[in-house]
Design a protein around this ligand. Structure first.
Ligand code: ARG
Length: 469
């Protein structure tokens, strides 16, 4: 029978197919460094509390260090029969230092151990993700700054609505990613809770010092209820949910880049190195990277739904079902990071077709709202002005002209209030410039938004602040 750390009460060895079925080592091995760091802190605490001797603590810590090096040098062997990363490390420790290894698991259980490892892993990864998001926000701000003054049609219902600055449109994505960053940052508060010492579910009879362990591991808080500590996966669900919202934003950006690079729009061109060709149609240049980000949004949502479903109706406290939290979590971390990284590289390399954008602002009656405003400024009631301009649009459509292409006599037939000064009101650049309300698309407002974003990013990326995080 294979030697399992929990083998004492068993007379028969585990069925091979069950071993394979229940093994998590294939994916939880990535937790090794956190598992070892947690164990080292645990040993220090056990030694300090005189639960084990200083010499035993020393041997355990040395052995754990050796295992870490073995894993990092690819010299560590993995077996399905040893289930998970915790049992692999403990079993190897026994081979390395002998019986003292059995003392490592005093006053803890794999239930609080896995909760600790996952929290440490996620704390680390969320910080990485926040950092990547800062970089991408910077890319967006740089792009917005580089294209300052460029006007494009703004859309509602995917119909041309009003002219806006391309920079303003880009800064909308900056806002979304800022909210994502805030959400991840805020969720760290709930990840930053130390569960070790809750043991299997009820706490322990040993005189442990959980606050000391938390201090060694850099946690701000210690979990308050041992049952909750081993059965809580809210912090993972919350992460998967924040990641889903973030991916929703990427899917929208992807969709726009895909549309804009189509010949129907031709607003942008994605660089050759971020597109692929077709094996049958020689003219094709496909925006695959953007499409894949859009597609991957589906699996990120799926991962959230998986974990919500796994946790639904689970009785307290730990249940083995919860082992199923890891693959969705790891997949979300990897996918989200890959998407942010690809966007950090792809976005600075898009070429903007200023001509096509400018051309698109001259048709589609984007200045109709401003003609209404013109009449309102001259004293007409808004509803009436709306009606008058509607009639003008109807006429222009029939004449196959834009509003600014109608001559003054034609325009005057719709209202006697109309005079020569209407043409400045209908000019696209003037239209944008006039939208100077706070947060609007006016050049001054967008410049202010860019200045604000840059200040915020300088602070966020301050190396001193990052090292404190
Ligand atoms: N591999 C397990 C998991 O990921 C670790 C905890 C196992 N605990 C247990 N009592 N079998 O959840």
């Amino acid at each position: 029978m294979s030697k399992k750390p929990w083998g004492g009460r068993f007379t028969e060895s585990t069925n091979k197919s069950v071993e394979q079925f229940s093994s998590s080592i294939g994916f939880d091995k990535r937790l090794y460094s956190f598992d070892i760091e947690g164990s080292v802190a645990h040993c220090k605490m056990l030694g300090r509390q005189r639960i084990i001797s200083d010499d035993e603590a020393f041997q355990l810590i040395e052995g754990l260090g050796k295992i870490k090096r073995e894993i990092e040098h690819g010299e560590f062997e993995y077996h399905d029969s040893l289930e998970d990363i915790h049992m692999h490390i403990e079993t190897r420790l026994l081979q390395l230092i002998g019986k003292t290894a059995h003392k490592l698991h005093t006053a803890r259980s794999r239930n609080d151990q896995i909760a600790l490892d996952t929290r440490m892993y996620l704390r680390h990864e969320i910080q990485q993700i926040i950092h990547l998001l800062h970089r991408l926000r910077q890319v967006l701000v740089d792009l917005a700054e580089a294209h300052m003054g460029l006007i494009m049609p703004g859309y509602t219902h995917l119909q041309r609505a009003q002219p806006v600055l391309f920079s303003h449109h880009l800064m909308a994505y900056y806002e979304m990613l800022t909210r994502d960053t805030d959400r991840f940052q805020d969720s760290l508060k709930r990840v930053d809770v130390m569960p070790l010492g809750s043991a299997a579910l009820a706490g322990t009879t040993y005189p442990i010092d959980r606050h000391y362990t938390a201090e060694v591991l850099g946690f701000s808080r210690v979990s308050a209820n041992s049952i909750d500590s081993v059965s809580d996966r809210d912090f993972i669900i919350e992460f998967l949910s924040s990641a889903s919202i973030c991916m929703a934003h990427f899917s929208r950006l992807s969709e726009e880049l895909i549309m804009w690079s189509s010949s129907e729009f031709s607003f942008i061109e994605i660089s050759d190195d971020f597109t692929t060709g077709s094996s049958i149609m020689p003219q094709k240049k496909n925006p695959d990277a953007a499409e894949l980000v859009r597609g991957k949004t589906g699996r990120i949502y799926g991962n959230l739904i998986s974990l919500l479903t796994i946790m639904k109706s689970l009785p307290l406290s730990y249940n083995r079902d919860m082992q199923e939290d890891k693959e969705p979590l790891f997949d979300t971390v990897d996918t989200l990071k890959a998407c942010i990284e690809i966007y950090c590289k792809m976005l600075p390399r898009i070429t903007v077709n200023q001509h096509a954008m400018a051309r698109a602002t001259t048709s589609g009656y984007l200045n109709a709202t401003d003609m209404t405003d013109y009449l309102v400024n001259k004293g007409m009631a808004f509803r009436e002005a709306h009606e008058v301009v509607g009639k003008a649009v109807q006429y222009a459509l029939r004449e196959k002209k834009e509003l600014h292409q109608l001559n003054l006599d034609e325009l005057k037939t719709f209202s006697s209030l109309i005079a020569d000064d209407i043409y400045t009101f209908l000019d696209v650049e003037q239209i944008v410039k006039r939208r100077n309300s706070y947060g609007g698309t006016g050049v001054h407002q967008v410049k202010q938004a860019i200045i604000g974003a840059k200040t915020c990013l300088v602070e966020a990326m301050d190396p001193e602040k990052i090292s404190k995080d």
